[in-house]
Each structure stands twice: as C-alpha cells, then as structure tokens.
Design a protein around this ligand. Sequence first.
Ligand SMILES: NC(=O)c1ccc[n+]([C@@H]2O[C@H](COP(=O)([O-])OP(=O)(O)OC[C@H]3O[C@@H](n4cnc5c(N)ncnc54)[C@H](OP(=O)(O)O)[C@@H]3O)[C@@H](O)[C@H]2O)c1
Length: 204
Amino acid sequence: MSSAAAAMMGAGKVVCVTGASGYIASWIVKLLLARGYTVRATVRDTADPKKTLHLSVLDGAKDRLHFFKASLLEEGSFDAAVDGCETVFHTASPFYHNVKDPKAELLDPAVKGTLNVLGSCKKASIKKVVVTSSIAAVAYNGKPRTPEVIVDETWFSDPHICEKNQVLYHRSAINNYFFTQLYVDILLWQFFSCLAHMFNGKLS
Ligand SMILES: NC(=O)c1ccc[n+]([C@@H]2O[C@H](COP(=O)([O-])OP(=O)(O)OC[C@H]3O[C@@H](n4cnc5c(N)ncnc54)[C@H](OP(=O)(O)O)[C@@H]3O)[C@@H](O)[C@H]2O)c1
C-alpha cells in the first residue's frame, strides 16, 4: 500500500482510544492519525498538559483529535467517547508496580473498568473492540515453554499454578500485575461468550 493510500484508509472514520496518554495508546493515536482516522482520546484529566500535549502536537491532531474525560471506575464514563465510533482500542489500565492495596489499585480498575468500557461499547453497538492483554495473562500455566512449543490463544495462566509458585496477587508488586492481566482476560472471554450466547452465536 502506498503511503498516500495508507493516509486515506481512515478518512471519515471515527475511533476511540482509551487511556490515550499512556505509552502504548500514544503510539496507537499517532498511527491512527497518520492513517486519516478521527480519534477520540480518553484521559482522566483533559486539563493536564502532561497527559495531552504530546498528543496535541501530532500530525493531524489539530483537526482530527478530540479529548474526552473518562475514568475507569465511573460507570458510563466512556459512553460519550465511544458513541458513534467504528472501533474502540481499550488500553486504559493501571500499570504500576508499587502498590499498597492491589485490589483497590490494580484489580478493581482493570477488571471493573474493562467491564465498564465494554458496557459503553455494547450500548453504542460498537462492531470492533481491541483490548491490550499481556504475556502475564498466558505465561504461567505449568506447560513447558521450549522452542518447539507454540503459545497461542488457547493459553491462559492458571491461578492454581500461580498460587503454587507463589505468583499470588498479594505477594509481590510485579505479580500483582500478572494476576490482574489474567483476570481481565478471563473476564473478556466470559463477557463475549455471554454476548454470543444472547445472539445465538451470531456474533462475529
Ligand atoms: N508497556 C508494555 O510493555 C506492555 C506490555 C504488555 C501489556 N501491556 C498492557 O497494555 C496496557 C497499556 O500499557 P501502557 O504501557 O501503555 O501503560 P501506561 O503508559 O501506564 O498507560 C496506562 C493508561 O491507563 C490510564 N489509566 C490508569 N488508570 C486509570 C483509571 N482508573 N481510569 C482511566 N484511565 C486510567 C492512564 O491514565 P492517566 O494518564 O490518567 O494515569 C494511562 O493513560 C496495559 O493494560 C498493560 O498491561 C503493556
């Protein structure tokens, strides 16, 4: 595809990126703008230049980047940002290693927040939702990870193996993150299985 064609592929299309100030999201916003998309970027504080300035100066941002204030634990917070979008890229998630209360600081915002965003997407009949996962959600299942082994979508970290190996969410900061990612992934499968069931398997 020529660069001119790539720049046109998103023309007239509106997409949303949650947690847009973050590391991965900032790259997604940059690439979407470069391809001509109109981007709705959610941040917790739209008035904080530390969260928005690096995005506002991107090529295309002046005309096609719009900030929305949204917080993971506020129900319905993402409704306005996702309404009318073709695709939602959900990257907003706590990504800290130094936590005192893992449930309040990591698990709740990640798990309840993802459900909250998915709820807004369902209300707005969004066709495509992309959620960032992590190697943390698949790496700990007790299977060997030798060079000939293929790690694919059937892999999940196993909470019992995590427990046995003391990879519990309260044991150490880094492991909080592993557990959080695992729960978010299990939740996603449950959410979409439920929807597929409701629509008699017609969900693509
Ligand atoms: N970076 C990696 O190498 C990597 C690898 C694998 C997976 N991932 C996953 O990819 C996702 C994004 O990672 P990242 O590295 O881009 O993280 P990041 O730079 O820390 O960005 C996380 C974003 O989430 C937002 N956020 C956190 N808590 C929030 C809340 N309660 N309400 C609304 N927004 C909230 C932050 O907003 P504020 O700016 O307002 O704080 C920030 O914009 C995470 O799920 C992470 O687990 C990352």
